[in-house]
Design a protein around this ligand. Structure first.
Ligand SMILES: [Zn+2]
Length: 85
């Protein structure tokens, strides 16, 4: 199974940058380049529900029907970023 970003659920092999960047400049294999840059989340105040809504909008912009967008994003709350420790 392809690795997906543990914040937004996008497959990392679809990320044009191949992943986000850690604070030391290395590639993140956990988060994509849209969510994670230089060791920090680009949208640190988002919660899982808001991330889901954000991604649904992005997918719709790319022409995905609402139902498909919902299917692609419904596992977002299960990703590592959103687990309470
Ligand atoms: Zn992401």
């Amino acid at each position: 199974m392809a690795k997906v970003c543990q914040s937004c659920g996008m497959p990392l092999n679809r990320d044009k940058h191949g992943g986000g960047t850690n604070a030391d400049g290395s590639k993140s294999t956990t988060f994509c380049s849209l969510c994670y840059v230089d060791g920090a989340f680009t949208q640190p105040n988002l919660n899982a529900t808001e991330m889901q809504a954000f991604c649904v909008e992005k997918l719709k912009e790319q022409g995905f029907p609402g139902v498909m967008a919902w299917l692609f994003t419904r596992s977002i709350p299960k990703l590592d970023r959103w687990q309470k420790t």
